[in-house]
Design a protein around this ligand. Structure first.
Ligand code: GLU
Ligand code: ZN
Length: 297
């Protein structure tokens, strides 16, 4: 057996829900996938409440999510982190990006951008209107980061090789919104680094965000975690289950069947008798039997 030369964890994962509603089947799948991958590797599993977009945060939703995770027998390490309490560290990162000369103010309206841009992988590609303009500092503005011309490539543990050329596929993207709120892309990168996350397991709706995050990690001198993107749960209309599509909250009176359905969605094959046992027995089966090569892609 090899001896370890460092005290840093070999595996630290996380579940990072946005408290815009209760835990539903789609977010349960992300929670279960990240939990099983961490536990299967003997790792830690942390919870971060991504409540940075305060206008979208629903009072009570974070507590409801945490309560549901407890009822489902999912234990996390350490205290829960709330993005709304961490703006100082996002501000530090922003200053460093500004010192590198990668950030510029943008005063364009949504309509101006829609009228003058072409469609990219993740919405309109900003045409760079404000890149070389000197914007009056007091005018309300978003902050954008100049996208890289280089290819950003990574190997996803489930989805395989994925690459983007940010300048062509995404464009200069917002890291602080005009309302002063730090963008998800910046906050998630800072938090994953500060929390020492080694493995990110989340829904494939965020696959196309990953190159932006790797780009920011590179600029800020952070290591990149391993990425594993899980298939996304959709409703009959093919829409991702979410608060916006009125996904129903997990019914905690039938917690075990929901867990079984979540691992089956992820291609795992628990025996039917697992439903005769309890939640502890479910995890005792699911953790050692977690197999990422069975996850549908
Ligand atoms: N907060 C994001 C969501 O609920 C997840 C972010 C992440 O896992 O990177 O969709
Ligand atoms: Zn602009």
């Amino acid at each position: 057996m090899q001896s370890s030369t460092t005290l840093s964890p070999l595996y630290r994962g996380r579940f990072a829900p946005s408290p815009t509603g209760p835990l539903h089947f789609g977010s349960l799948v992300a929670a279960v996938g990240s939990y099983l991958d961490a536990k299967h590797h003997g790792g830690e599993w942390l919870i971060r409440i991504e409540d940075i977009d305060t206008p979208r945060t629903i009072p009570g939703a974070a507590d409801a999510i945490l309560h549901a995770l407890e009822a489902l027998g999912m234990e996390w390490q350490g205290s829960v982190v709330y993005q709304s309490q961490r703006t100082a560290i996002y501000q530090d990162a922003l200053h460093r990006l500004q010192q590198l000369g990668f950030v510029y103010p943008c005063t364009c309206t949504r309509k101006e951008i829609a009228d003058s841009s072409i469609a990219g992988i993740s919405g309109p590609i900003y045409p760079g209107t404000c890149r070389h303009k000197s914007t009056a500092k007091d005018k309300t503005h978003a902050l954008r980061i100049k996208a890289s011309e280089m290819f950003i490539q990574f190997q996803d543990s489930v989805m395989g090789s994925y690459q983007q050329q940010l300048a062509r596929d995404i464009g200069d993207f917002v890291i602080r919104r005009a309302d002063g709120i730090y963008a998800y892309q910046l906050a998630v990168v800072v938090d994953d680094a500060v929390q020492g996350i080694t493995h990110v397991v989340r829904g494939a709706d965020l696959l196309d965000s990953t190159p932006r995050q790797i780009f920011l990690q590179q600029l800020l001198g952070y290591p990149s975690p391993h990425y594993l993107h899980l298939p996304v749960v959709t409703n009959a209309a093919g829409e991702k289950l979410s608060k916006q599509t009125n996904a129903a909250a997990i019914d905690l009176s039938s917690a075990l069947p929901q867990l079984v359905a979540a691992v089956r969605f992820l291609g795992q094959e628990p025996p039917n008798e697992i439903l005769d046992g309890d939640i502890a027995a479910f995890w005792s089966w699911a953790i050692p039997n977690w197999n990422i090569s069975s996850i549908p892609r």
